[in-house]
Design a protein around this ligand. Structure first.
Ligand code: AHR
Length: 636
């Protein structure tokens, strides 16, 4: 032991000399890893996703619908995103019609009165899409609309995808025989060898005089796993690469709404789209609810995530709350119905509804969150509200883990949700936050966290703050059972963002991961099931690490974060395991903290994989300034 210590000290001394010559300002840190001494368990659900309708995350984002305002919501300046078209000599007018619609949920429609039109001079409407209508070559788009006509003489409805630049159709379809009562019609549009572009619009026109009413005009590209009413492939692939263990939904503020009637109305988000009335969201735009409760659950299924379902708990953000007691009972019942919809067999009332909606198999649910950020409820009603939900849910679902959104005194929650939106320096200073947390208390869910530096997406300085924070969460993952960055998604078009610093950016055609996204990908990809003992000497204030191992897989994962501009020389002293001489190194780094990824430059900062040679019980490694690295050791 003494000899070893001496040898170790000697090698440190030699290293100090070498490193001092190469890097005069930074002395080496010494990291001693005891690979055979596990310290604590790492939660298998540590890394997951948090999501809500914000920044056009679903509508105009993940949800692949290409038609904007498909149910013809109107404001003082008209029917948004729909424009009258009168080709040639056509003469027509459009207006919202509150008197007729295809369903109880969609009681109104767009009315098109065509005074004059012929097959060569058509009249109708166009939709400009979600900042464009993205079209790709040799791709099939499937569409539908609900319609009725004043008489059977309108002729076919022509559906065209038209290039904004040339005014020419790139694909057309015809729907004949529109009846005088509401019916749904389907069409398919096939692209040829076009140039990929979002500079297109969708047009629906007729070539005869008469009146046409429309609602729920929809167009979908191919979707992830080919789901009807499904999600964008590029975004789902980016999420899949994060290896997420869970999805927290539907919010966030989106769960609460500004006012009680604007809370997340889960019962109105299920079933056929024509039966979904849509609802106002707190993020200043209306939600189509095309991505509704069942679609959230299918999203979980597609990415093999477990749902972490947040139920509305009687508080909305304009300081409106429901008093605990009889007033709250209907809200508790609504949550119980929701849990039955998610987990109940087809013999149960709400399980049967789910089966009817196309998913007979119940979903597995372990965690339910009661509310969101209830510390903002100045009335102090959360204690009572939480207790009422807790008792009712536990009485029926004993094994469910219930998450409180703030500490509660009277009833010990299973888990408490902590949120952090901070600057990088705060995460550097607070990376030990959970080191001293009482292990006998509730578990922790860091349900929202982010370094807020960079807009719309984080820069590399933010990624460093995030990575430092993640080392602390991993080290404390016996108590921090789940964590999720927020917000996850942002449409980077002008007007798309309501909240700065979001993990993944996109427009209609393209998407990119921020540096923080790639830090998350790395941290989730290389995660053991236990932390192992380690000591660091001489690490600078901006140097962080985490070491986890997986005995069954014979892997050790060392994560290193150097948030300093100077390189960080490091001597690694690895005891308690023999490791292969070559180790995998994935490295994410940038020349400065401001550098970032964008739509036009999506791969500026991405992990680079190399091999570290001659690793062993003692070896030297230098982290570049501003770098996040993971070393994967194979134990022998
Ligand atoms: O992530 C953005 C918002 O931040 C969430 O909706 C809310 O829970 C938090 O205040």
């Amino acid at each position: 032991m003494i000899v070893k210590t001496f040898a170790h000290a000697a090698s440190v001394a030699a290293f100090v000399v070498a490193a001092t010559l190469a890097y005069p300002q930074t002395s080496p840190a010494v990291l001693t890893i005891h690979a055979d001494q596990p310290v604590s368990k790492v939660s298998p659900t540590l890394y997951g996703l948090m999501t809500e309708e914000i920044n056009y995350s679903y509508d105009g984002g993940l949800y692949a619908e290409m038609v904007r305002n498909r149910t013809f919501g109107a404001s003082w300046d008209g029917i948004q995103h729909w424009t009258l078209v009168e080709y040639g000599n056509a003469d027509a007018a459009i207006a919202p019609d509150k008197e007729t619609g295809p369903s109880e949920a969609l009681k109104s429609s767009l009315r098109i009165d065509v005074k004059q039109a012929d097959p060569n001079s058509q009249a109708g409407v166009l939709n400009d899409g979600w900042w464009g209508v993205p079209l790709r070559p040799n791709t099939t788009y499937k569409g539908s609309f609900y319609a009725k006509a004043s008489a059977g003489d309108l002729g076919p409805v022509k559906v065209s995808l038209v290039s904004n630049n040339t005014g020419k159709s790139v694909a057309t379809a015809e729907v004949s025989g529109v009846a005088t009562d509401w019916k749904q019609y389907e069409f398919t549009l096939k692209m040829g060898a076009i140039q990929p572009s979002a500079a297109n619009h969708l047009a629906l026109t007729v070539g005869h005089a008469g009146t046409l009413w429309l609602n729920l005009v929809s167009l979908f590209p191919p979707t992830y796993h080919d789901r009807a009413n499904g999600n964008r492939i590029d975004l789902m692939e980016k999420l899949a690469a994060m290896n997420p263990a869970f999805l927290r939904f539907p919010g966030g503020n989106y769960l609460e709404g500004d006012h009680i009637p604007e809370r997340y109305p889960w019962k109105k988000t299920i079933g056929p789209l024509v039966d979904r009335p849509t609802h106002p969201s707190p993020w200043r735009y209306h939600s189509s609810d095309g991505l509704g409760l069942l679609e959230f659950l299918e999203w979980c299924e597609d990415l093999k995530m477990q749902p972490v379902l947040a139920v509305y708990a009687g508080y909305s953000m304009a300081q409106e709350h429901v008093n605990p007691g009889a007033d709250l009972d209907p809200y508790v019942q609504d949550a119980l119905d929701e849990l039955e919809y998610v987990t109940g067999g087809s013999e149960t009332k709400w399980g049967a509804v789910r089966a009817q909606n196309g998913h007979p198999q119940p979903f597995k649910l372990n965690y339910v969150e009661i509310g969101n950020e209830d510390m903002f409820d100045k009335s102090g009603s959360y204690e009572g509200r939480y207790a009422q939900f807790y008792k009712a849910i536990k009485a029926k679902y004993h094994d469910l883990q219930l998450i409180a959104t703030m500490p509660v005194k009277d009833m010990r929650p299973d888990v408490v949700d902590d949120h952090y939106y901070v600057r990088a320096t705060q995460f550097f200073k607070d990376a030990n936050h959970y080191d001293k947390t009482d292990r006998s208390g509730p578990k922790i869910f860091v349900g929202e966290w982010a370094t807020r530096e960079g807009a719309p997406t984080p820069n590399f300085g933010a990624a460093l703050g995030d990575a430092a924070w993640m080392t602390g969460m991993e080290r404390n993952s016996d108590i921090v059972v789940m964590a999720a960055y927020a917000p996850l998604l942002v449409n980077v078009n002008p007007g798309g963002m309501q909240w700065e610093t979001d993990l993944i950016g996109y427009d209609a055609m393209r998407s990119f991961g921020s540096p923080s996204y790639y830090a998350q990908v790395l941290f989730a990809k290389y995660l053991g099931d236990q932390t192992v003992k380690a000591e660091l000497k001489n690490g600078g204030p901006k140097f962080f690490y985490s070491i986890t191992g997986n005995t069954a897989k014979k892997k050790l994962y060392l994560k290193l974060v150097n948030a300093s501009s100077d390189p960080q020389p490091l001597e690694i002293d690895l005891t308690g395991a023999r490791v292969a001489a070559n180790a995998k190194l994935e490295s994410l780094s940038a020349p400065d903290t401001q550098t970032t990824n964008t739509l036009d430059d999506p791969n500026r900062i991405v992990p680079v994989e190399t091999t570290l040679h001659n690793v062993g019980s003692q070896f030297h490694h230098t982290l570049p300034g501003f770098s996040i690295q993971v070393i994967e050791f194979d134990e022998q």
